[in-house]
Design a protein around this ligand. Structure first.
Ligand SMILES: [Zn+2]
Length: 76
């Protein structure tokens, strides 16, 4: 099982998780995100998965401009 993870806002690729790293990483993400992880993981073709998170840059932008977050939801 391989999971690519990237920013859901700007689409920036942040890395790739191998199965062996999953336990540690998911535990780490649980501390950051209270959202259901199932909502964050998108299944892609060929058995790959994509984990959608927020990158450092977008997090900073959201912190400075909370309105962007509402706009993003509106566009979805
Ligand atoms: Zn981003």
């Amino acid at each position: 099982m391989v999971i690519y993870y990237g920013c859901r806002h700007c689409g920036k690729e942040l890395g790739v998780l191998q199965h062996t790293e999953m336990d540690i990483t998911l535990r780490f993400l649980e501390l950051l995100e209270e959202k259901d992880l199932a909502e964050m993981i998108v299944s892609e073709k060929d058995g790959y998965f994509r984990l959608e998170v927020i990158c450092e840059y977008c997090q900073q932008a959201l912190d400075m401009h909370p309105d962007y977050h509402e706009l993003d939801h509106f566009l979805q």
